[in-house]
Design a protein. Structure first.
Length: 127
């Protein structure tokens, strides 16, 4: 699956009542956040990471998840930043390293490879 596709409501609301991420960098998400989305990406040198539809999900009510989804789909810089971090060696698959991939007044996107040799665990949440 191409890493540039948009997120859907289903991917964000699947775990809405559990208030924890089924996929992604779970430990980075603050306990008091209203909506979050996480994914396990396959690291790639050129695109940063490929999103797989069955390795992502989120939680939150319909309004908050829509706001998070719309903001993530509107801003591509987090994907570009991840690709840059991979190319420059800041994100490596063979060693854990938490990085802030994107941060603005609405959302924060954080990730870590956890030294998994090929995956990148990502979390995004509303501030």
């Amino acid at each position: 699956m191409n890493g540039n596709r948009d997120l859907t409501d289903k991917e964000l609301v699947d775990q809405q009542f559990e208030r924890k991420l089924a996929w992604g960098y779970r430990s980075a998400v603050p306990d008091d956040t209203k909506a979050a989305w996480g994914a396990r990406l396959i690291l790639t040198r050129d695109a940063g990471g490929d999103l797989l539809p069955d390795r992502q999900g989120g939680f939150g009510n319909v309004e908050d998840t829509a706001r998070l989804r719309d903001h993530l789909n509107k801003i591509r810089p987090w994907r570009d930043q991840l690709a840059l971090l991979v190319r420059e060696g800041t994100v490596r698959s063979d060693e854990p390293n938490e990085v802030v991939v994107y941060d603005d007044d609405v959302i924060r996107v954080v990730g870590n490879s956890n030294g998994s040799y090929g995956y990148f665990y990502l979390a995004a949440w509303l501030k």
